[in-house]
Write a protein that binds this ligand. Structure first.
Ligand code: NDP
Ligand code: X2W
Length: 338
């Protein structure tokens, strides 16, 4: 069975990584790439790395044109822009993996509080499926609309959910101190991601206000069945890609480092893309892959869980293909095992 796939926002970074991964998928044909530009640039002029590997223009396509050419859409648009088109695609019978934040939060009031704008498609929020297979796999199988997680929430949730579920850490006073490479901000130019602004510099941003805070709390609450509160502080690191999340939590009882690592290992024993390591993980260990590396240390009165992912792969496009594989009942690792 060949699934015809379209990628929205194809000039961007996550779209490029998606195309690269999907070209390795034997059951996929990429049949549409979209842009708002009207001059139909060839994909090789937008992403020279794809020269000779994909022969398609980027086009400003209508929803009817997408429905004629595609079975499934990967949405790589900014939030709000995504929810403006997803309903029409679903109504035309397409399946959608949405990489934006639009369908991740269950509660429209929480979305509007943290994103500071009206949700374009609020009725669909309670029924969209959150695509983090290691924590919530079953509903993804056969789903029509999967909300691909944010990059920081993936790294933090994979680190903390197992220990919360095992009752080893308290659900409050959790601190997630996370650092991301600059590709996390996308290819669309912004002042803060210009080379002279961020190179040789290291800064926090969104302190106390970052919109991934409620997404992390939602995941931890859903995984553990208890209300969770998280202080999340992201930082921009002058490197291309990668996220390191250092997560601090209070143990519920005396625990050793070996016991904490063992709990993580037991939880992820059958997971192809989560590796619990003994040494300290580094972003380079997972760069360009769909893996998350995790470890833990007990220091004083805290358990510290360290988690690394590639923001563009496990934090975005690799996870999207993992979800796609589940939606279509392909082996979950198809096109991702590198
Ligand atoms: N970068 C990352 O690490 C991660 C990103 N995400 C999310 O994935 C989505 C894509 O991210 P990324 O690829 O990094 O972003 P980019 O900025 O690299 O690309 C987004 C693309 O969307 C198109 N676009 C921009 N604004 C609009 C608009 N208002 N309406 C329609 N199209 C628009 C642009 O294409 P054009 O100008 O050609 O029309 C642009 O190239 C975003 O929602 C992002 O938050 C999620 C996890 C990680
Ligand atoms: C470094 C950087 O700027 N990172 C982005 C997160 C990328 C991501 O996951 O964003 P979505 O939730 O929109 O999909 C940010 O902090 O907004």
């Amino acid at each position: 069975m060949t699934i015809r796939v379209g990628i929205l926002g194809a000039t961007g970074y996550t779209a490029f990584e998606l195309a690269r991964i999907l070209l390795r998928h034997n059951d996929v044909e990429i049949t549409a790439l979209t842009t708002r530009q009207d001059d139909r640039p060839h994909v090789s002029s937008v992403h020279p790395q794809l020269t000779g590997r994909l022969d398609l223009p980027l086009e400003n396509l209508s929803q009817d044109q997408l429905a004629e050419r595609c079975d499934c859409i990967f949405g790589c648009l900014p939030h709000a822009a995504s929810a403006a088109v997803v309903p029409g695609l679903l109504e035309r019978g397409l399946k959608v993996v949405d990489l934006s934040a639009d369908y991740r939060l269950r509660d429209v009031a929480v979305y509007e509080q943290w994103y500071g704008e009206k949700h374009p498609d609020p009725a669909r929020l309670p029924e969209s499926i959150y695509g983090l297979p290691e924590l919530f796999r079953d509903p993804i199988r056969g789903a029509d609309l999967v909300a691909n997680p944010g990059c920081y929430p993936t790294s933090a949730s994979l680190a903390l959910a197992p220990l919360l579920k095992a009752g080893m850490i308290q659900p409050t006073d959790i601190v997630v101190d996370a650092k991301s490479g600059v590709s996390g901000a996308g290819r669309t130019p912004k002042l803060g991601t210009l080379f002279p602004e961020c190179n040789e510099s290291f800064a926090a941003y969104g302190v106390g206000t970052h919109r991934h805070t409620p997404e992390i709390e939602q995941n931890l609450a859903q995984a553990s069945g208890q209300t969770c509160s998280v202080i999340f502080t992201p930082h921009l690191v002058p490197m291309d890609r990668g996220i390191l999340s250092t997560c601090y939590a209070k143990p519920t009882a005396a625990v050793t480092t070996a016991e904490a690592i063992d709990a993580l290992r037991q939880f992820y024993v059958d997971e192809p893309f989560v590796q619990v390591v003994d040494g300290l993980p580094a972003t380079k260990h997972v760069s360009g892959t769909n893996y998350c590396h995790l470890t833990a240390r007990v220091v004083g009165e805290r358990i510290i869980v360290l988690s690394v992912i590639d923001n563009l792969i496990k934090g975005a496009s690799g996870a999207a293909v993992q979800n796609f594989n589940l939606m279509y009942d392909f082996a979950e690792t198809t096109a991702l095992a590198n």
